[in-house]
Ligand binder design. Structure first.
Ligand code: DGL
Length: 258
């Protein structure tokens, strides 16, 4: 696969959220080519039926492979839950790196901490998260918090607006905010609301998201398979969206401080 080394790494999300992963990938591997594809025309995924999300994810990944990508980073918890297994079976020679809510590090971060996992309804209900909870839920007080509208608020670039703050206030109203030790951002859109979440929840909760871990793991996999671009190569990022109106948002979020 040596001729593949300079091919792009495909990064996929249902929309703009995966930019939170792309930023980490770029920080680690600035000598790589990245092709980011956001399926904003079909976002949100997390409220759709499993089969529909699977079909959308497979077709987005096929597009990235048609563009010559050497590896696929599913920068989306929902798409990973719905389609990672099937994609790995279909493309055994292509590294396909997925993402899951960071329940494990949160649950193990203290003595029976209270852990709130924010994610899409699909992520919280599918087998991947069920198996995570079987392994780690007994180590913490686990609270599942589906937050599908937060995906749309980020897609609409509502960061810093009262609308976003009002939504989060209502979302957390039933919870005892002072008791939250860990907040797992189990959807790649959610780190863009970190400022508002911190303002609402104060300094106590530790925030966990899977982006840095996924970026590091991608690097390890590419190294193992001999798929890294030469270290002196000049990297670049190309953005694509199924909704061309969303391209400026992708670029804007890439500069967002996380
Ligand atoms: N960004 C996706 C995730 O990490 C989901 C967003 C959506 O529902 O489309 O789960």
């Amino acid at each position: 696969m040596t001729d593949n080394k300079t091919a792009p790494i495909g990064v996929f999300d249902s929309g703009a959220g995966g930019i939170s992963v792309l930023k980490r990938l770029w920080a680690l591997m600035p000598n790589e080519q990245f092709l980011y594809f956001g399926d904003s025309a079909n976002a949100p995924y997390g409220t759709k039926p499993l089969e529909e999300i699977r079909a959308l994810t497979v077709s987005a990944v096929e597009h990235l492979l048609d563009e010559g990508c050497k590896a696929i980073v599913l920068a989306c918890n929902t798409a990973t839950s719905a389609a990672a297994k099937e994609l790995r079976e279909t493309y055994p020679d292509i590294p396909i790196i997925g993402l899951e809510p960071a329940l494990k590090p949160a649950a193990l971060s203290g003595v029976h901490p209270t852990v709130v996992v924010m994610a899409t309804p699909l992520t919280l209900r599918e087998a991947k998260f069920q198996s995570l909870t079987e392994r780690f839920a007994h180590r913490c007080e686990l609270i599942r918090l589906p937050a599908p509208e937060l995906v749309e608020l980020v897609e609409q670039n509502k960061m810093g607006t009262p609308e976003l703050m009002d939504y989060l206030e209502a979302l957390f109203a039933p919870l005892d905010k002072d008791k939250i030790d860990c907040l797992v951002l189990g959807c790649t859109h959610f780190p863009f609301a970190k400022r508002e979440l911190r303002a609402l929840l104060g300094s106590r909760p530790v925030f966990f998201d899977g982006a840095v871990g996924e970026a590091k793991y991608t690097k390890v996999v590419l190294d193992e398979r001999g798929l890294r671009a030469p270290l002196d190569a000049v990297g670049a990022i190309r953005f694509e969206s199924s909704d061309p109106k969303k391209l400026p948002l992708l670029e804007q979020l890439f500069s967002f401080e996380l």
